[in-house]
Design a protein around this ligand. Structure first.
Ligand code: UDX
Length: 444
């Protein structure tokens, strides 16, 4: 019942399916039983409420309930191990428990792997466990498909209801047809293209998708670094221009402090580790990761450049979540930025509309927590915008100038107009903006 499973559950319930959510976390189940969303995602609270009201959704710790189901999604986490390879512990455990529940199932249940797993996992890990535990044979006693999700946090419900495409993998043609029919009836007229293929193609598609998107972002961040050292250059204009080339497209070309979150960092690391394990060095993907690491380091560097010394200086951080519209701090660039600034002796005050609770959990009393964005920038020597929450866009340059002790603003996501900020007397630095370089060179 995490960020994939719960979203699927409430969407299926909304479409009239009877859904049982199974999770071993009793605190989480307690919340669900009171129709409380365990994490923030736009519209989730409403969908969960509707699902509970309609009595189409129940949650339980009891895997035995699964024996009644026609279709089961495995949507457990696949975290990284210390060496960044994929940890299949939860997948194996879920497969064991589902397999056991299948012993009593009279119907041919369709088991669907939604969790992100490396090529070969459905065939070589999930299938044998299901067969051993159930005493049944795949294709006869039960069916198995691989069906990666492409949900974005912050847009997860929309993405579940209106996916760009659906990819289904299996070695069993009737399983592919069964899952295709489920989606045809779920999506009705808005059903997207459905690709039916092997387990391995479906599994690798998920990694290729995330790796490509991360590559696009790291690519534009590489151009941003060039633009920063080029007088009169601005990566935003360059991104807009190349985005108009239909072969490139405008999405995922926002330069900034880099990508984070629960998927890109973990999935790219797992892809590198997998690729190396089969004798192939994925040079490009390694460069994409290295570029991203470098990108996050820029925040502290720009602050140091503007302030000279960081020790004892008051720095305001606006935005902590790895992207707007989520409370998720997993692999958020804000964490490494805060750690770097603390290492340099800065005093930090932070604000995020949704991620404060999690931040307190991570940083405790090492930093100060503001009550709102304005309170965060009050008397600050420097402000770093880390996440582009819409509420930050509305803060006027004059407000920064008036409230801050030294008006230095570092726009890590390119949401502000540099000229407006400079006209308000603010020392303005931004990712991919060559202006500061121009000034240094010309002394203007
Ligand atoms: C991603 C995939 O988009 C989704 O299909 C998959 O199922 C899970 O992983 P998500 O992690 O929710 O989704 O976020 P996404 O919107 O893809 O952004 C990932 C990171 O890239 C964020 O940190 C975001 O700030 C950054 N990003 C994105 C940029 O820096 N610039 C961009 O132009 C786009």
């Amino acid at each position: 019942m995490g960020r994939v499973g719960l979203i699927m559950a409430v969407c299926l319930a909304k479409h009239g399916y009877e859904v049982t959510g199974i999770d071993p976390n009793t605190t989480l189940l307690e919340k669900l039983s009171h129709a409380q969303a365990p994490f923030y995602e736009p519209n989730l609270a409403e969908y969960l409420n509707a699902a509970m009201q309609s009595e189409k959704f129940v949650s339980t710790v009891d895997y035995a309930k699964n024996s009644q189901s026609d279709l089961t999604y495995i949507a457990v986490g696949t975290p990284s191990r210390a060496d960044r390879s994929i940890d299949l512990g939860y997948v194996e455990e879920a497969s064991r428990m589902i397999g056991r529940s299948l012993r009593d199932a009279r119907q041919n249940q369709l088991v669907v792997m939604k969790s992100t797993v490396l090529p070969g996992t459905a065939r070589n890990v999930v299938k044998p466990i299901l067969e051993n535990e159930s005493g049944k044979t795949a294709g006869k006693g039960f069916s198995l498909c691989s069906n990666p999700e492409f949900l974005r946090e912050g847009n997860a419900i929309h993405d579940a209801e209106f996916p760009d495409r659906i990819v289904i993998g299996s070695d069993d043609p009737s399983a592919l047809d069964r899952l295709e029919n489920v989606y045809r009836s779920f999506h009705g007229k808005s059903v997207p293209r459905i690709i039916k293929t092997s387990f391995e193609n479906a599994e690798l598609t998920k990694y290729a998708n995330n790796a490509f998107l991360a590559t696009k972002v790291s690519f534009i961040n590489s151009i941003a670094s060039i633009a920063e050292r080029t007088a009169h250059a601005d990566v935003k204009v360059i991104a807009e221009s190349i985005g108009l080339d239909e072969r490139i497209g405008p999405k995922f070309l926002n330069a900034g402090l880099g990508w984070g979150g629960s998927c890109f960092p973990k999935d790219l690391a797992a892809l590198v580790s997998f690729s190396q394990s089969i004798g192939n060095d994925p040079e490009l993907i390694r460069a994409v990761i290295a570029t991203n690491r470098r990108q996050g380091e820029k925040a502290a560097e720009l602050a140091k450049e503007a302030l000279g010394e960081l020790r004892g200086r008051q720095i305001a951080i606006l935005g902590l979540s790895f992207k707007p519209e989520t409370d998720d701090l997993r692999d958020a660039v804000s964490i490494s930025i805060i750690n770097k600034l603390l290492e340099n002796g800065a005093d930090l005050r932070v604000w995020d509309p949704r991620a404060m609770r999690e931040a307190k959990h991570i940083f405790g009393d090492q930093i100060k927590y503001s009550a709102n964005a304005l309170n965060c920038i009050d008397q600050a020597d420097c402000c770093i915008l880390v996440t582009e929450w819409p509420e930050f866009k509305t803060i006027k340059p004059e407000t920064f100038a008036k409230r801050m002790r030294e008006p230095i603003v570092i726009d890590g996501r390119r949401i502000y107009d540099s000229r407006e900020f400079q006209n308000a007397g603010i020392q303005f630095r931004a990712i991919g903006l060559g202006l500061w370089y121009e000034r240094e060179q010309t002394g203007r």
